[in-house]
Structure formats: structure tokens, C-alpha cells
Design a protein. Structure first.
Length: 141
């Protein structure tokens, strides 16, 4: 009777060991920090655009506070607009984000027509910059 085609247990174990060794050397070389910075910058840019749209839709002022550790978006006027943290549009909870910001720290205020009185240039640490144009409130990254 002939031998059946296939791999022996020894060959399979040897291949798994080699894959494990390669993974041990390759894993530290993967840099996910760059992806995290890009994702945070995108999230901040989208939060700015959302804040502007909410201000236009509601006719109420909306502020986004940016500090070295991230951002939070809040209603600023009382009365029918209320006050407090603006809810996240999809996952619930407050519209906030955590990340390292190098410059552009401060408060950006969109009035009820989505305009800002001053522009801003926000730079994520080792990442892209986001610009808010004075007057129009246009957000670009």
C-alpha cells in the first residue's frame, strides 16, 4: 500500500514555529501610532464640521474646546438651545476625543449661522494640520 499525500505532524509544527519567529520580529516593526494620529486628526476635523452644521441647523452657538490632550464640543447658549456637551451623532455620549495636539489650543465658536470670528490652525502631534477659516468657518484638513 502506498503512502498518502499530506504533511506530517512534525512538518506542521515546524512551520508554525517558523511563523511564530517571523511574527515576533515583524510585530514590533508595525507602527500603528501613525494610524492613530491620522484617525484622531480625522475625528477632530469631522467634529469641527459637525459642530458647524449643528450651529447652522439649530441657530444656536456651538463651541469646540481644544486643549493639548484632545477636544470637546458643547452648546454655549442657554434657553431653547440648552447647554452642555454636544451628543455624538452616532455612538451616543458626548462629542469628545483624546489625542495629542501641538498647536491651535483654545476655543472655536460657531455662531448660529456657522461662522467664526477668528480662524484657527490646529496641528496634531506628528500629524496633519486642520484649518478653520475666519468668517466662513470653513474647515479644511
Amino acid at each position: 500500500m502506498g503512502r498518502s499525500a499530506g504533511y506530517t505532524l512534525t512538518e506542521l509544527v515546524l512551520i508554525l514555529v517558523l511563523i511564530g519567529i517571523l511574527a515576533a520580529f515583524a510585530a514590533p516593526r508595525l507602527n500603528i501610532e501613525g494610524f492613530e494620529r491620522q484617525n484622531f486628526a480625522r475625528e477632530l476635523s469631522l467634529a469641527l464640521r459637525h459642530a458647524q452644521r449643528v450651529a447652522i441647523a439649530s441657530g444656536c452657538a456651538v463651541e469646540i474646546e481644544i486643549d493639548a490632550d484632545g477636544f470637546s464640543v458643547s452648546w454655549t447658549a442657554g434657553g431653547e438651545c440648552g447647554s452642555g456637551t454636544l451628543p455624538h451623532p452616532s455612538r451616543g455620549g458626548g462629542l469628545t476625543g483624546s489625542g495629542q495636539i501641538e498647536s491651535g489650543i483654545g476655543v472655536i465658536r460657531f455662531d448660529g449661522q456657522g461662522r467664526t470670528t477668528s480662524g484657527a490652525a490646529i496641528t496634531v502631534r506628528d500629524g496633519p494640520s486642520i484649518f478653520v477659516e475666519a468668517g466662513s468657518g470653513y474647515v479644511r484638513s
